[in-house]
Ligand binder design. Structure first.
Ligand SMILES: [Zn+2]
Length: 552
C-alpha cells in the first residue's frame, strides 16, 4: 500500500474546515476555490493551467462552482481512455449542532464539545474513545473522499508517465439538493470528449456508505447505483359544506388511502441480482387549502420515494398505478358502506353515491385534453412558462401540481379524479452489466485492487451491486431503455420548463460506475464520523490500484 493516510487526513481536515452547506451563499464557491487553488499550486497545472477549471454552474439561481481538473497520461504515448473521479463538495446543514455550529467544521475540538453538551449513545462515546474516527460535518459525506481524489490527482500530476490514458477529477457542488453541479459538469465532459477525444471508460465515485446491520463489520465497494423516482398524485375532489358531508368527495381521504396502500408495501420493493430495495415511503401528503373554512378541500397532493434496482421508470409507473387503483376502489367502497350505515341509523333512504374510480397518468390527461382542443398544448406551454417566470425558485413538486391543476380544470367533465405524475428529479438506476466489455474491465480491475489491499485493510472489504443511497453517479450512465425514459419525460409536468433530464449528454458519456467511497457512521447527523483507516488509507489505495490497472 502507498502511504496516503496523513496527507488525506490533513486535507480532509482542511476541507471540513471550509463550511460548504448546500445553497448557503458563497460557501460552495469557497470550497471549489480552495480546491482550484490546490491544483494551481502544483507544477503540472502551472504548465497546463487550462486543465484546471473553476466552472460556474449553469441554469442555477445561485452563484456556485465546480472544481474540475484533468491530467493526460503519457505512458506509451497516451490514449483516449479516460477515468472520471467523482465527488461532491457540498454538505447538508449544521442546524443539528444547535449553539455549537461553529464546531461542526472543527474535527479536533468537536468530540469534546459533543461529550460536554449533547447526550450521546454508548456507541458514539466508544467511537470517540477509540480514536478511529474523525468527526465533523462533511467528514464522512464526503470530504474524505474528495481529499483522496485530490491526493491521487497530485500523485499522477507528478507521474503522468504511469498512465496510458487520462484522469479527470470532478469536484461538484449541489449534490445534496438539485444536482446542478454534475449537470453543469456534463457539458464539460461532452466538450472534452469532442475537443480532447476523451473516451470515458470508468467513473469512480467516493461517496459514503455505512454498515448494513448494527453488527455488520464489513466495508463496501459498490458497482452501479440505486435509482430513485418520485411518483406523485394530484387528487381533485368534490367540495361540499360540512353540513352536507356525504355530498363531498374528500381528496384527503383518497390520498390517505393511497398512502396506506403504498407506504412500506414490499410489493413495491425491487429485487435485482439478489439485492432488494426498501419499499416506498411518503414524503408529503397535504391538501392545498390555505386557511380554515367549513368547506371540504378541493385538491390535495402526495408524493412517495420509490427506489429501483432493475425496474425502469415505465415499470415503476405501471406498478404504482395498480396500487393507486386498488386504493381508489377501496375508498369508494368504504364511502358507500359508511353512507349506507349512516342512512340506516338516520332512517333515511339509501342510494348509490356517484363516485367512480378515475385514474389518469399525466400523459393520458394531456392526450385527452389535446384531443378535446388542439389549442391545449400551446396553452399548457404558456402556463408553464409564465408560472416559471413568476417564481423561478418554486418547489418543483408544487410546480408540477399547479400544472396538473391547470390542466384538470380544462376537462369538460367536472367529476373527481386523480392524476399520477413524476413530481421530482429522476436519479437513474445504474446497473453493471458484466456482458459489456467496459463494465467487465472495471469489475475485474476493482476486484484485483481489493484483493491486493485486503491483507492490510484491517476490515473485510465486500462488493455489492447497487450503491444504496442516492448519488450524482446517476447522471453519468443510463441503464434504462430510451422508450422508458421517454415515458418518464411525458409524465413529468415540469419537463421542458423547470426540469430536463440531460439524456442526450448522459448517453454520450454513459460510463460504468463504481463507488469506492468513505466509510463511517451517522451521515447527515450531528455525530457524523468517518473511519480514518479505511477512508484515508484503504480507499485511495483501492482507487489508485484500479486506475493503474485500467490505464496500464
Ligand atoms: Zn454524499
Amino acid at each position: 500500500m502507498v502511504d496516503f493516510f496523513h496527507e488525506v487526513e490533513d486535507l480532509t481536515k482542511n476541507l471540513v474546515g471550509i463550511q460548504s452547506v448546500n445553497t448557503a451563499p458563497g460557501q460552495e464557491t469557497a470550497i471549489a476555490g480552495y480546491i482550484h487553488q490546490y491544483y494551481a499550486e502544483l507544477e503540472y497545472f502551472k504548465n497546463y493551467p487550462e486543465r484546471n477549471i473553476l466552472q460556474p454552474t449553469t441554469g442555477d439561481l445561485l452563484e456556485r462552482h465546480n472544481a474540475i481538473s484533468y491530467i493526460k497520461g503519457t505512458k506509451q504515448g497516451g490514449s483516449d481512455q479516460t477515468i472520471i473521479l467523482l465527488g461532491h463538495i457540498d454538505t447538508v446543514g449544521i442546524e443539528d449542532f444547535r449553539d455549537f455550529s461553529d464546531y461542526a467544521t472543527k474535527p479536533d475540538q468537536l468530540p469534546a464539545i459533543l461529550k460536554e453538551h449533547f447526550s450521546l449513545s454508548q456507541e458514539v462515546l466508544d467511537d470517540i474513545e477509540s480514536g478511529r474516527y474523525m468527526f465533523g460535518r462533511g467528514a464522512l459525506d464526503m470530504k474524505a473522499g474528495v481529499a483522496g481524489h485530490m491526493v491521487l490527482m497530485k500523485h499522477f500530476s507528478r507521474h503522468p508517465e504511469q498512465l496510458c490514458g487520462n484522469l479527470i477529477a470532478i469536484h461538484e457542488c449541489d449534490e445534496e439538493s438539485g444536482s446542478k453541479g454534475i449537470l453543469s459538469a456534463l457539458d464539460l465532459l461532452v466538450e472534452l470528449s469532442e475537443r480532447e477525444g476523451f473516451d470515458y471508460i470508468a467513473a469512480i465515485n467516493a461517496d459514503y456508505s455505512t454498515n448494513h446491520t448494527p453488527d455488520d463489520q464489513n466495508v463496501y465497494v459498490y458497482h452501479g447505483s440505486i435509482g430513485k423516482l418520485l411518483p406523485t398524485i394530484s387528487v381533485f375532489g368534490k367540495e361540499a359544506h360540512v353540513g352536507q358531508s356525504f355530498a363531498a368527495f374528500d381528496p384527503n381521504l383518497l390520498i390517505a388511502m393511497v398512502t396506506r396502500q403504498v407506504s412500506l408495501n414490499p410489493i413495491m420493493s425491487d429485487q435485482a441480482k439478489g439485492e432488494t430495495t426498501l419499499p416506498p415511503i411518503s414524503l408529503k401528503q397535504a391538501d392545498q387549502k390555505e386557511k380554515y373554512t367549513v368547506q371540504t378541500a378541493l385538491n390535495a397532493l402526495a408524493y412517495y420515494n420509490v427506489f429501483s434496482h432493475g425496474r425502469t421508470p415505465s415499470e415503476v409507473l405501471d406498478l404504482f398505478r395498480d396500487q393507486v387503483i386498488i386504493a381508489y376502489d377501496e375508498t369508494i367502497e368504504l364511502l358507500q358502506q359508511r353512507y349506507d350505515a349512516y342512512c340506516q341509523m338516520a332512517g333515511s333512504e339509501q342510494s348509490q353515491l356517484p363516485w367512480k374510480t378515475r385514474v389518469y397518468t399525466w400523459e393520458e390527461l394531456a392526450e385527452e385534453l389535446t384531443e378535446q382542443s388542439s389549442e391545449f398544448p400551446k396553452e399548457l406551454e404558456k402556463f408553464k412558462h409564465d408560472l416559471h417566470e413568476k417564481d423561478r425558485a418554486m418547489d418543483m413538486r408544487m410546480f408540477s401540481h399547479e400544472v396538473v391543476k391547470f390542466a384538470w380544470k380544462k376537462r369538460a367533465d367536472t367529476s373527481p379524479g386523480l392524476v399520477i405524475h413524476f413530481g421530482g428529479v429522476y436519479n437513474a438506476r445504474v446497473e453493471t452489466m458484466p456482458e459489456s466489455d467496459n463494465d467487465k474491465r472495471l469489475l475485474d480491475s476493482v476486484a484485483q485492487a481489493i484483493a491486493s489491499i485486503q491483507p492490510q485493510a484491517k476490515r473485510s472489504i465486500k462488493t455489492r451491486l447497487f450503491y444504496p443511497y442516492i448519488s450524482d453517479a446517476s447522471f453519468l450512465a443510463v441503464s434504462d431503455d430510451v422508450a422508458s425514459l421517454k415515458r418518464l419525460e411525458l409524465n413529468m409536468p415540469s419537463y421542458g420548463t423547470k426540469y430536463i433530464h440531460e439524456l442526450d449528454k448522459i448517453l454520450q458519456i454513459d460510463v460504468p460506475i463504481v463507488n469506492i467511497g468513505t466509510f463511517g457512521k451517522d451521515g447527515h447527523m450531528l455525530t457524523e464520523r468517518v473511519d480514518k483507516w479505511h477512508s484515508f488509507q484503504n480507499v485511495p489505495n483501492i482507487s489508485y490500484q484500479t486506475i493503474l490497472k485500467l490505464l496500464d
